[in-house]
Design a protein. Structure first.
Ligand code: ASP
Length: 430
């Protein structure tokens, strides 16, 4: 018992993940007997897994709101917000553009859709993505409480930033209210720590369900597509991001990546940038050293508008579907895909599978059959989990670069490999 307490949270989650995969595979190989379907997959694993996701989601709205009010009310210079916003959005768009261009080039060169066998399709319902003009209008909430109740990130961000600025402008009254928000923020962060303790059980259950219910056949037929998406995701995370971090931030990518360990595991198992926001905030503030002023704004914004991993899947999937149906895309259509992927991802919340919904809109814009999505749906969950890791890595990287450029990155924390590990190891009462 004593030795298990010495393990860091990420180590515990990692072990839980391996054990979950083994348990799931055993059930899968045993043909998922009825008892395991009833008692485990639809029973204990589902309950524990869903409770874990609900616990994380439960924190998102209060945490984003309170943290952002704290962040924006502590800005001494209101111009800083405009500057930070501009830089952040520019970097988010730039990294997404690189991602989708890389993906389309890979699809053109490696032609994953040219295969000589039929692919079994999975029944799918295609939803429409929201048009960009509507995203802009919806950014301003007519009712902030309704926006919070629905968990709509952009209107919450908008309202929280305005409230924070008004608090600063309200002088003494504002100081009292700001202090109150700071206290609530500290308490919610404690709640995040509590919830994270439950992660190993949740992760075990979610991975066990995935391993028990995945079919090797669908992966075999789509091997080239899956392999290509993985390869480009890895290149983006391990070559493109480190290069940008070094060139624009002058920071060591290795030190940065190592600190994301626990965060990566959370993103992978939940497949949701949104549900991961509490852990992303905790990581960039405590482990990497970004100030709350910057992180409270850039992290929730990134979870909503920055989805590089998703853009990679969408770029390759577009190439795949065009090739599978034998449709040649013109250069103008490729450019259209790039623009559509970037625009469509803005305003689409980071939740599981949303990338496919957005892809439907992209496909119909360039005249490809949106039903093509049915071809890749069967293998999407694992790709969704992996691209979510890239999505949150991008959010954290841009956050770090922006913080550094504003003098809001604590380099002592960034350079200290053990910084912020306290929340992983210390007893909760400390
Ligand atoms: N699951 C992804 C995320 O939350 C979005 C997607 O690609 O479907 O970031």
């Amino acid at each position: 018992m004593a030795s298990s307490n010495k393990l860091s949270l990420s180590a515990k989650i990692f072990i839980a993940m391996i054990l979950g995969a083994i348990a799931g595979l055993v059930l899968n190989l045993a043909g998922n007997p009825e008892w395991s379907q009833i008692w485990l997959i639809d029973g204990a694993f589902r309950v524990v897994g869903q409770i874990f996701i609900s616990l994380l989601k439960m924190l998102v709205v209060p945490l984003v709101f309170v943290s952002l009010v704290c962040g924006s009310s502590s800005l001494s210079d209101p111009k800083m917000l405009g500057r930070v916003g501009g830089k952040t959005i520019a970097l988010y768009l730039m990294t997404t553009a690189i991602a989708v261009c890389l993906a389309l080039s890979a699809a053109v060169v490696f032609k994953p859709g040219i295969i000589d066998q039929e692919i079994a399709t999975v029944e799918t319902q295609i939803a429409e993505a929201t048009p960009f003009t509507q995203v802009l209008i919806d950014m301003v909430p007519t009712n902030p409480v309704a926006a919070m109740a629905d968990g709509q990130m952009l209107p919450i961000i908008f309202f929280a930033v305005l409230l924070g600025i008004s608090i600063t402008l309200s002088k003494e009254t504002g100081v009292r209210v700001a202090n109150w928000f700071q206290d609530i923020n500290a308490i919610i962060m404690k709640l995040v720590t509590l919830v994270m303790r439950f992660a190993p059980y949740g992760v075990f259950s979610l991975i066990a369900i995935l391993a028990a219910t995945s079919s090797a056949d669908s992966f075999a037929a789509l091997g080239k597509y899956v392999g290509l998406v993985f390869a480009v995701l890895f290149i983006h995370a391990l070559i493109i991001y480190p290069t940008i971090l070094t060139v624009l931030g002058g920071l060591s990518p290795l030190k940065f990546l190592v600190k994301l360990k626990a965060l990566v595991l959370f993103a992978f198992t939940t497949a949701s940038s949104n549900a991961t926001i509490p852990v992303t905030l905790e990581t960039v503030e405590k482990r990497i050293g970004v100030s709350n002023k910057i992180a409270s704004f850039t992290v929730p914004l990134g979870a909503t508008i920055n989805m590089d991993g998703t853009a990679i899947m969408q770029g390759i999937a577009t190439g795949f579907i065009a090739q599978y149906y034998g449709i040649e895309l013109a250069m103008s259509q490729y450019l259209m895909v790039v623009v559509m992927v970037i625009l469509a991802s803005i305003g689409t919340a980071g939740v599981p599978s949303v990338g496919l919904v957005v892809l439907a809109g992209v496909l119909s814009q360039v005249g490809l059959p949106a039903e093509g999505i049915a071809l890749i749906l069967g293998v999407d969950r694992l790709l969704d989990m992996t691209r979510t890791v890239v999505n949150i890595t991008g959010d954290s990287m841009v956050t770090t670069i922006v913080a550094k450029s504003e003098g809001e990155l604590d380099l002592d924390v960034f350079n200290d490999p053990d910084a912020g590990l306290a929340y992983e190891r210390q007893p909760i009462s400390k």
